[in-house]
Design a protein around this ligand. Structure first.
Ligand code: F0G
Length: 451
């Protein structure tokens, strides 16, 4: 069986190559830019390779009742739209995807937005959205016969890669910035048997070193410069469109780090539109942390045309990235979709995370930038009350329990960061209290807290 229908097209110069011709660093030999997976004929109105929209919708829904593992995966359920393998039998899956789309009733009311949802990608097998991309790219690595895979990571990519490599029987090499990733994520890489190197550098430094390594050794690079990652990461767009009965929300809000996910979701919606599965496209906005905001700065100064790398600092360690690889792709999707890119402060992130938590939807700090960003957009009049908005929550709350405990104990933020928000923060804090081991003491403590 040959399910493979793709080629790679350079985002910068438009050069087209076959998948097998890609260089180990996935950079274009002509111009050095990144590739995108392209399927011949999809963007033409007619053509023999264009799938039939009605049949696809029916098939994808039917697969929800199937017990085949490929059908149980929320990525491979949509495999007609990611024909990247010679044989789908080579897919490595942990039954990723099929994540919940939760209504956010309290936040919607507080913000005066009619329809607000959270697409919780933290509900994936390793607790982040990276699983959807990893199932795709690691399957390609296996099909092409690699024994080793590698990534530089702020933690979630490495956790996902290590798990999928372990399932496929491949070895994995992880480069992480020492002391700058959350323990939950490091523990996963260890547990899944990765060879983990902590480098005295930041994420951007780890990327530089890994790029040199893959040119010298037969190791398959699984950072998001690998275009197959994005093929998996586009599938939440299909799930969202399906959940809204093949209409699309007005606005999708995504955190921005290395800036691949926003473009992957944008690609997903674009392909649905090209193939006639949806009638329009959502706005896509990207939110960064104030201390790791190269794209937000780029939009402020050049409408996303030029980017100056920054030295990144934020407690939202997942997005502590100063020189994002996929910034051009993200800038295009923000511009083309009519979205915005902005940054939010450490206090705004912490407050938004606690508010989501109070609504029963924990997430990691990097995910909470989406709610913080929506508040800004709403205050600036950029989101109307009648709009349907989806926040993409990218990671599970247990990834970074230290952050959450620090917030509730009141040790997370500095006085300077708290600024005028002290009261807002105090009403959200729920520290654990030490109480004598008697019913009377617990009841007295309860009474005191209520009073
Ligand atoms: N949210 C979380 C939880 C992440 O782990 C990341 C990226 C992002 C958002 C940003 O996504 O890079 O596509 O803009 N984490 C990477 C990692 C860099 O190594 O795990 P992006």
């Amino acid at each position: 069986m040959n399910d493979n229908l793709h080629q790679l097209s350079c985002f910068g110069c438009g050069a087209r190559i076959s998948g097998a011709e890609a260089r180990p660093d996935f950079r274009c030999a002509q111009c050095g830019d990144l590739f995108e997976v392209e399927y011949a004929g999809w963007n033409q109105r007619r053509g023999q390779n264009r799938p039939n929209p009605g049949a696809l919708k029916w098939l994808w829904r039917e697969r929800r009742c199937s017990s085949e593992s490929l059908d149980q995966s929320g990525v491979w359920r949509f495999r007609e739209l990611l024909p990247i393998l010679d044989n789908f039998g080579n897919a490595v899956t942990l039954w990723e995807g099929n994540t919940p789309l939760y209504p956010l009733k309290r936040a919607a009311k507080a913000l005066g937005v009619d329809q607000l949802f959270a697409k919780h990608q933290g509900m994936n097998p390793t607790g982040s959205f990276k699983d959807t991309g990893m199932t795709a790219a690691l399957s390609v690595a296996r099909e092409r016969g690699f024994e080793w895979v590698a990534c530089a990571s702020t933690g979630n990519t490495s956790a996902a890669m290590a798990a999928y490599a372990a399932r496929a029987g491949l070895r994995s090499l992880v480069l992480i910035p020492e002391g700058k990733i959350a323990w939950g994520k490091l523990s996963q890489a260890m547990d899944y048997g990765a060879f983990t190197c902590q480098l005295k550098s930041d994420f951007d430094g780890c990327v530089r070193i890994l790029t040199q390594i893959v040119k010298q050794a037969p190791i398959y690079l699984l950072n998001s410069v690998n275009p197959y990652r994005l093929e998996g990461q586009k599938t939440p767009a299909f799930e969202i469109a399906e959940a809204f009965d093949w209409t699309v929300p007005d606005h999708l809000i995504v955190p921005g780090g290395n800036l691949a996910n926003s473009s992957a979701l944008g690609k997903g919606f674009r392909e649905l539109h090209e193939l006639g599965l949806v009638a329009r496209l959502p706005r896509i906005s990207v939110i960064q942390a104030e201390g790791a905001n190269p794209l937000a700065r780029s939009f402020a100064t050049s409408n996303g045309e030029r980017l100056e790398p920054v030295e990144a600092h934020t407690r939202a360690t997942a997005i502590r990235i100063g020189n994002p690889a996929s910034w051009r792709k993200a800038a295009r999707i923000v511009r083309d979709s009519g979205g915005w890119c902005l940054d939010v402060t450490e206090a705004e992130i912490a407050i938004a995370k606690a508010e989501l938590g109070a609504e029963g939807l924990g997430c990691e700090p990097a995910s909470a930038v989406t709610l913080a960003g929506l508040k800004r957009l709403r205050a600036d009049g950029k989101v109307a009350s009648t709009e349907t908005v989806v926040l993409v929550l990218t990671g599970h709350t247990l990834k970074d329990a230290d952050y959450t405990i620090g917030f509730h104990r009141g040790t997370l933020l500095t006085q300077k960061e708290i600024g005028a928000r002290a009261t807002e923060i105090e009403t959200l804090r729920r520290d654990a209290v030490a109480v004598d081991a008697t019913p009377e003491a617990v009841l007295a403590a309860l009474k005191e807290s209520a009073g």
